[in-house]
Design a protein around this ligand. Structure first.
Ligand code: SF4
Length: 76
């Protein structure tokens, strides 16, 4: 299983994650911050759990590219 977490409040809206993992991230037109698609919000930490292992690589690249390091991607 792949677990992706986004600490959304700290997003600076650089768009890198959307470019690298467009199936998982989208920019919000409302506040200009990244949205982790199909995720659940728990006190500002948005989490997506997926059985699709194919999303790991792109999401991991997004996590590595994020300048404020608010994306975490784990394979569990
Ligand atoms: S890479 Fe990080 S800072 Fe940039 S839009 Fe995505 S979550 Fe926000």
């Amino acid at each position: 299983m792949v677990v992706i977490t986004l600490q959304r409040k700290k997003c600076i809206g650089c768009n890198y994650c959307v470019e690298l993992a467009p199936d998982q991230f989208q920019m919000s037109k409302k506040d200009g911050k990244s949205v982790l698609l199909h995720s659940n919000d728990k006190k500002g930490f948005f989490t997506l759990k997926s059985h699709d292992e194919l999303i790991f690589e792109a999401s991991d690249n997004a996590a590595k590219a994020c300048p404020v390091k608010i994306i975490s991607v784990k394979q569990v």
